[in-house]
Design a protein around this ligand. Sequence first.
Ligand code: F6R
Length: 260
Amino acid sequence: MEICIYRAYEEMSRAAAQEVADVLNAKPNAVLGMATGSTPLGVYQQLVKMHTRGEIDFSHVTTFNLDEYVGLPITHAQSYHRFMHENFFRHINIPPQNIHIPSGTTTNYRAFCDWYEKRIEEAGGIDLQILGIGSDGHIAFNEPGSSLSSRTRLKTLAKQTIDDNARFFDKPQDVPIYAITMGVGTILEAKQILLLANGANKAQAVAEAVEGPVTSMITASALQMHPSVRAFFDEAAAAKLKMREYYDWIQFHKPGAPRV
Ligand code: F6R
């Protein structure tokens, strides 16, 4: 895992958007894995700016979102369908048929999840997966205890996640209890992964994910098993990393490193 620490959220978001742009420049028909929540908002804003300036084109891009709440209609203000359209898709030129977001209103969850996995495979797999991290160490909605080889499925949200996400809803009781989520195994098949975290409330989860043992209790720790993860953190999220000096040392010496 390559760790890059930025002074502020905006700087981290710009660097992450540049990672996405680099993938699209190398492969205009790339398959992107998308996350929702407050963490990737800045990346989406930067990508929209780059698109408006004519620097990136999404006309051949395909996307797969990580997750969706069960029971919210796609028009609900807090559905991840609505989030993605409002914050990203409606501002870029991606063909609507290339967008995939798990259904939170299907009548057959098992069949839907199998179909979603198959669609990812048919698209050639995910080239770059963007991830946030929950304060309980989850990636997507793979809560503590999730199998590290899990696939897309219906999942019960942890109390911690419901409490964390209550800020987006009128009342805590309005937060859905179930979600459809890509599995840890699904995520680990992405060719490249970009893990993002900002804010002090992520510091403990980040430290455990990056420097702790690989455990299903912190599903983000499974990323240690992936050969191509770049982790971008702001200072607050990086505050509990024990090897901080080493990560800075690596970044400092990078420009002069022998070409591989
Ligand atoms: C959302 C997702 C979640 C979030 C995580 C952090 O699609 O997969 O794992 O990334 O809950 O959420 P924020 O960014 O709101 O702190």
